[in-house]
Design a protein around this ligand. Structure first.
Ligand code: GDP
Ligand code: MG
Length: 171
């Protein structure tokens, strides 16, 4: 195999309320499986994935931040140096969508304007849905963000979402 001509290391933060599926999305993307039981992320965790785009190699560092409010004093440290942010809400809990602007502001206070994608997660739970595709897309478009509907459980949309943010950050 030939050596890639361009190589990047990108820090991307994954944010959103507790239990929206941040850790599950990262595990689905980096390890290819899903876990039903909920284990709260304490503090922060970190995963790395390498992606190829033709002759470009991207080492994506995914920072998974605990969403629980009592960790908010430490979170700004983890935003520093981020090239992008993945904002995740849970389509079955409307409040997690309403809280997205607060999450973006918290990140942008540290990073300035930053490449963003919005992920509507748990779309497999069709009957429990509280935020429509149309509403979420309109919101993302208004801010110039990418938008993906994902299911960490079924794997739907996950690879596309992570690849898009990586590609947008390097191009
Ligand atoms: P985090 O707090 O944002 O990191 O959320 P977790 O990844 O720990 O997920 C919270 C709960 O939601 C867990 O019980 C997961 O199994 C579940 N979950 C995560 N993603 C999905 C999904 O796409 N569909 C369904 N049905 N459940 C999910
Ligand atoms: Mg977590």
């Amino acid at each position: 195999m030939s050596t890639p001509q361009r190589q990047y290391v990108l820090k991307v933060c994954v944010v959103g309320d507790g239990a929206v599926g941040k850790t599950s999305l990262i595990i689905r993307y980096t390890e290819g499986h899903f876990r039903e039981s909920y284990i709260m992320t304490v503090g922060t965790s970190f995963a790395v994935k390498e992606l190829n785009f033709g002759d470009t190699l991207v080492r994506l560092q995914l920072w998974d931040l605990a969403g629980q409010p009592h960790f908010s004093s430490v979170r700004p440290v983890f935003y520093r140096g981020a090239a992008g942010v993945i904002l995740v809400f849970d389509v079955t809990r409307r409040q997690t969508f309403e809280n997205i602007p607060g999450w973006y502001d918290e990140v942008a206070q540290v990073t300035g304007a930053v490449t963003s994608v919005l992920l509507a997660n748990k779309v497999d739970l069709v009957d429990q849905r509280q935020v429509s595709t149309e509403e979420a897309i309109a919101y993302a478009q208004q801010l110039g963000w990418g938008y993906f509907e994902t299911s960490a459980k079924e794997g739907h949309g996950v690879t596309d979402a992570f690849r898009q943010i990586a590609w947008t950050c390097v191009s």
